[in-house]
Design a protein. Structure first.
Ligand code: ADP
Ligand code: MG
Length: 297
């Protein structure tokens, strides 16, 4: 197991930032750690990387107890903190050499990492001369210098323009091929673009922890249909796989089915059999964005 978090709670004075958080990650996981501002994402990441201690709970990275052996654990973790603190006056290579020294990494790794994050053209410049997107690449290069197997990235795409955003997402995806990645974001589409798993956190509690494919493979579908006359609920019992039906005024109904099959043709047949005319018919299937809004508001 690359990451194992067991019942972690963290309070800042009397404010509860994390409440018995538990999750684990395996090799090959690229996890979107999704939640609104103040949800506890950065706090969880600082605990995972051994920079702050929880009030209770246990944290293991690559089977190493982070609370007992933070330095040993940090050798296997690449961490890009929120706001990516860099030394703006340093040259890119100079900064990476400095980082290599700290991590006792062979200097040969520097050019390898520059190449991995696509910094070749910019590596001769000072950090403050780079765009925000390229500065993020410097942060990523520094995070992977010691070839960690677990990458923890705290809002790596915040503040990037749309092109940079796409590039950094691609880079994270690429890095995810050989590492376990946990990255935080408050953008649902980002999770869809990059991850195979999503953990949704709100007010310090995990609300959803699922494979993206599971979330997408939701077998429920809701169809909104308007008839030309008022319809009574018992009539819908004739339809197969109905879970709920809600009506606004007797004319318009939202019918939720448990079925993989598209139920719209069944509703047409149903209307015909019962001599009803359909005035309008819409599929109201929830996408991930709707789901995220529902669970985080
Ligand atoms: P996120 O990264 O999801 O935006 P954080 O982990 O930064 O959330 O914060 C979670 C909660 O803990 C917030 O309410 C925040 O105000 C509070 N918090 C974070 N760091 C501190 C701190 N050093 N001292 C006091 N409160 C903090
Ligand atoms: Mg944060």
């Amino acid at each position: 197991m690359s990451i194992k978090v067991i019942s972690v709670s963290k309070n800042y004075s009397n404010q509860k930032a994390l409440k018995e958080v538990a999750f684990s990650a395996d090799k090959g996981d690229v996890i979107g750690f999704l939640g609104p501002n103040g949800a506890g994402k950065s706090t969880m990441m600082k605990i995972l990387t051994g920079f702050i201690k929880p009030n209770s709970g246990e944290v293991f990275v690559n089977e190493i107890d982070v609370l007992k052996e933070p330095l040993k654990a940090q050798k296997t973790i690449g961490y890009l903190p929120e706001h990516n603190p860099l030394y703006a006056d340093m040259y890119v290579r100079e900064y990476l050499q400095f980082q290599a020294l700290i991590f006792k990494v062979d200097k040969s790794q520097i050019e390898i990492c520059i190449k991995k994050v696509g910094l070749e053209e910019e590596a001769h410049k000072k950090i403050h001369q780079l765009s925000k997107g390229y500065q993020q690449r410097v942060g990523l290069a520094a995070a992977i210098l010691h070839n960690p197997s677990v990458l923890i990235l705290d809002e790596p795409t915040t503040g990037l323009d749309p092109n940079q955003l796409v590039e950094i997402r691609e880079l994270i995806k690429e890095l995810g091929k050989e590492k376990t990645v946990l990255f935080s974001t408050h953008i649902m589409q980002e999770v869809e673009a990059v991850c195979n798993r999503v953990i949704i956190i709100k007010k310090g509690e995990i609300l959803i922890d699922k494979k993206l494919s599971e979330l997408k493979q939701n077998n429920q579908q809701t169809i909104e249909v308007t008839f030309d006359v008022k319809v009574d609920e018992p009539l819908f019992k004739k339809l197969p796989n109905v879970i709920t039906c809600k009506n606004n005024d007797g004319f318009t109904w939202q019918i939720t089915f448990e079925s993989k099959e598209d139920m719209r043709p069944k509703i047409f047949d149903f209307a015909q059999e019962n001599r009803l005319k359909i005035l309008e018919l819409n599929s109201k299937n929830k996408n991930l964005e709707t789901l995220f809004r529902e669970v985080t508001i």
